[in-house]
Structures are given as structure tokens and as C-alpha cells.
Design a protein around this ligand. Structure first.
Ligand code: S3P
Length: 205
């Protein structure tokens, strides 16, 4: 097994026992009804998530879209009118109700969902968590930052780099698998993800 990526992201070597037992058959059975995509805003959670869901026959759900539909206002308006803490509360409630679908579902999660400890546990217990990783530089170059309330600052790239530093351990702690979306080639990337899902017995086609 190659632990270099783990070391690169987290600066220490993993507990190999935990990794080996991490996806036992029983746990996989429990998790495979929902695949959740996590990662920084702009890492491709929605675009890759939608295509992946379509390719493997899962329903698609996005926590931000669900919140917007229920609140009848945009994420930017929620942040501006009621502040981030209120948005996090809505996000926590949304996630808590996110696993009751009868159909297998791909759940695309807002980038900050992992900042709440309870959310990390809920995701980890109930879904196969796929971390989509891209560097802040790549993301800033390709993202419409107007729609991201947290990036309305003088230096959005620096802000995103700070957010990444704060969250990388949380993404790693929550994720079962990590994929690079640094090159935004969603056809190729999703095929690669499917290959891995087949490898761990989650996906048949
Ligand atoms: C946020 C990411 C956004 C959205 C909100 C906060 C974050 O979702 O939930 O603007 O804290 O990273 P996306 O990651 O889908 O853009």
C-alpha cells in the first residue's frame, strides 16, 4: 500500500490497522446506499457528483440546493441576512435528514459541512465519503467567486488557502476515499472513481 499521499496531506503516517479494517464488508453494506462528495467549494462536488450519479444510477441531492429550496433564498442571502452560524444550523439539519431516501443517493455536500464534528460522524457512519481534492489555486482560477460568501474578501486565493489549511484534517478524517479533481475532466475523473468503487465492491456496472 502506498501511504505517500496520506503523508503529503497530513504530515504523519497512518494507523494501518484502522485503514485495513476501515471498509469491512459490513461497513460497506451500511454505507453504500449513499455516496457523499465532500471537499472545498469549487472542487467539483456538484458537477462530478451529478455525472457520477447518472453513470451509476443513483439519485442526486445537493445540501445547498435543498437549503435554498426550503428557505426560498440564496446561500449568499442566508449568510448576509442571518450569518454563517445560522447557515451551519440549517446545513446540520439538512444533513441529519439526508439519509432517508429509498433510492441509492449521491449527496453533494457544502464545502464547510465537515466543520461540525457531528456532521463528520453522521457522514462517516451513513455514507461512503468521497473527498474531491483540488488546490486553492486551481479552484480560484476556474470558479465564479461571486456566489461564494466566504470569498468576498480582498484576496480570495489566500482566504481559500486558509480555509483549506483549517479543513484538510477534517476532510481526511471524514473521507473513505480521495480523488484529485485538479484537472477538471469530469468524464475521465468520474470513470476513474467508478473503477475504484468497483474495486471496493460498491458498484457493479
Ligand atoms: C461553503 C461552501 C458552499 C456553501 C456555502 C459555504 C463553505 O458550498 O455551502 O457558501 O463553507 O465552504 P459549495 O462547497 O458547494 O460551494
Amino acid at each position: 500500500m502506498d501511504y505517500l499521499a496520506y503523508f503529503h496531506f497530513l504530515g504523519s503516517m497512518p494507523d494501518t490497522q484502522v485503514l485495513r479494517t476501515g471498509l469491512s464488508a459490513q461497513l460497506l453494506e451500511q454505507k453504500k446506499h449513499t455516496i457523499a462528495t465532500i471537499g472545498l467549494m469549487g472542487s467539483g462536488k456538484t458537477s462530478h457528483g451529478k455525472l457520477l450519479a447518472q453513470k451509476i444510477g443513483y439519485d442526486f441531492k445537493d445540501t445547498d440546493d435543498e437549503i435554498v429550496a426550503k428557505e426560498q433564498r440564496s446561500i449568499s442571502d442566508i449568510f448576509a441576512q442571518d450569518g454563517e452560524a445560522h447557515f451551519r444550523e440549517l446545513e446540520r439539519n439538512e444533513l441529519a435528514s439526508g439519509f432517508n431516501s429509498l433510492n441509492p443517493t449521491l449527496l453533494s455536500c457544502g464545502g464547510g459541512i465537515v466543520t461540525h464534528e457531528e456532521n463528520r460522524k453522521v457522514l462517516n457512519d451513513n455514507s461512503l465519503v468521497v473527498w474531491l481534492f483540488a488546490t486553492p489555486q486551481a479552484i480560484i482560477a476556474r470558479t465564479n467567486i461571486q456566489k461564494r460568501p466566504l470569498l468576498q474578501v480582498a484576496n480570495p486565493e489566500q482566504k481559500l488557502a486558509e480555509i483549506y489549511e483549517e479543513r484538510k484534517g477534517m476532510y481526511a478524517e471524514t473521507a473513505d476515499i480521495v480523488f484529485s479533481t485538479e484537472k477538471k475532466m469530469k468524464e475521465k475523473n468520474t470513470d476513474f472513481i467508478i473503477q475504484e468503487l468497483k474495486h471496493i465492491g460498491l458498484c457493479k456496472q
